[in-house]
Design a protein around this ligand. Structure first.
Ligand SMILES: Cc1cc2nc3c(=O)[nH]c(=O)nc-3n(C[C@H](O)[C@H](O)[C@H](O)COP(=O)(O)O)c2cc1C
Length: 373
């Protein structure tokens, strides 16, 4: 039944496209999935990040500057919120609370310690999916800039702006363009994050750059498929961390040494590893704590894929031997070896297991990795 509803919705979307003469402006993106995600085609990528083309600022460089986390989400711009009687009575899928971008923004705020600003229109959008699509499409077609409830107070205090939005009709919601035209981001470092259906980022980045021509918009963009958004906390916080905007140093290097211990826990089991202080080990450490799925590989490896690739510059190659924690750069996976292995020019040593080595062959499912205080 749900599938049927989804198919009908997809058909409705295509009819709407035809009726409104919307072609996607020549963009190659697929049409969006319905809010339920049901019937949507495969996501283009779960949580992809564009590789950085610039050197990210360090935490120290950003210590004195203030960060704004501004975002637009349907859930905070809907006439009636889910759960209201008016919405329950509607036949088609309606707005879901909390919104995807709303959740992402909350995690960015938590990680950066910045100020949160929800972009809100004065005339809320319908809570009904089809009606919301229709109004958004009309606004795009007519180039309307919806009126906003407020502008950011004392914008000058912010050097950095994280800007979150959903893809609406192959681009940024028009309310985001209102925001950019009313809040001058010239000279500020801007980091974009977006949640979307199968259409991906589509033309949104170009529209944002056009609306804020003097803003310094990073190429390193976080985007995730709508169904992945609710479980993207670690991914987006790792992205923020990697940009150098995390408010807390995740571990303390002790005086004179950069060695650190990490604990890997699943169920009642715990393995301790001593990291070797290399840049590769450090870039794993700054992603912790991490809760992640571990997989079997071959007959001597347990592996997992960190959210952000490790920096292997000046890091030692793994020398062989059970009990090694290593990073295989070509595949981007971290490996616990519980049997012998061969040296490889793409295999970097991160450290050695110091206790619980006999448990590694039984490591499975979800593991938690955290620094040992
Ligand atoms: C009016 C409207 C238009 C949308 N248009 C697109 C689109 O063109 N492409 C796409 O991939 N997703 C599209 N979507 C899906 C949203 O981008 C996606 O569900 C997003 O995760 C919603 O985030 P939010 O819950 O914070 O609003 C659209 C959603 C709405 C409500």
């Amino acid at each position: 039944m749900k599938k049927l509803v989804s198919l009908l919705l997809a058909a409705a979307w295509m009819l709407c496209l035809a009726a409104c003469g919307q072609t996607g402006g020549g963009e190659s993106s697929a049409p969006p999935a319905p809010e339920t995600g049901e019937g949507a085609s495969e996501p283009q990528e779960a949580a992809s990040e564009t590789p950085p083309e610039e050197q990210p600022p360090t935490t120290a460089e950003t210590a004195d500057s203030k960060t704004l986390v501004a975002y637009f989400t349907w859930a905070e711009n809907a006439a009636y919120l889910a759960g209201d009687e008016a919405v329950d009575a509607l036949a088609s899928p309606s707005v879901v609370v909390p919104g995807n971008v709303q959740q992402l923004a909350g995690w960015v705020q938590e990680e950066t310690g910045g100020d949160l600003f929800s972009i809100r229109v004065t005339d809320p959008y319908p809570s009904d999916w089809d009606a919301c699509l229709e109004r958004a499409n009309e606004e795009r077609g007519a180039g309307i800039r919806p009126e906003l409830q407020e502008t950011v107070e004392d914008l000058d205090q912010y050097d950095t702006v994280f800007l979150g939005y959903p893809n609406w009709w192959y681009g940024a919601p028009m309310a985001l363009l209102s925001f950019l035209e009313q809040n001058d981001l010239s000279g500020k470092d801007v980091y974009l994050f977006c949640s979307h259906g199968t259409g991906g980022l589509a033309g949104s980045v170009e529209q944002i750059a056009e609306a804020a021509p003097e803003a310094v918009i990073s190429d390193n963009i976080f985007d995730c498929y709508e169904e992945e958004a609710p479980s993207s906390q670690q991914a987006i916080q790792a992205w923020v961390e990697n940009l150098g905007f995390s408010r807390a140093e995740p571990f303390q290097e002790s005086e004179g040494t950069s060695m650190a211990q990490i604990a890997i826990t699943w169920g009642e089991n715990q393995v301790l590893c001593e990291l070797n202080g290399s840049p590769a080990a450090h870039s794993l450490l700054i992603q912790l704590p991490l809760t992640i799925e571990v997989e079997d590989y071959s007959t001597n490896e347990k592996i997992f894929y960190p959210f952000t690739p490790l920096d292997t510059a000046d890091s030692p190659l793994a020398q062989g031997g059970a009990g090694t924690l290593a990073y295989y750069e070509p595949w981007g996976d971290v490996v616990f070896f519980y049997g012998d292995y061969n040296e490889n020019p793409g295999l970097f040593e991160l450290g050695q297991v110091v206790s619980g080595e006999d448990l590694i062959p039984r490591m499975s499912g979800t593991i938690t990795i955290e620094p040992v205080e």
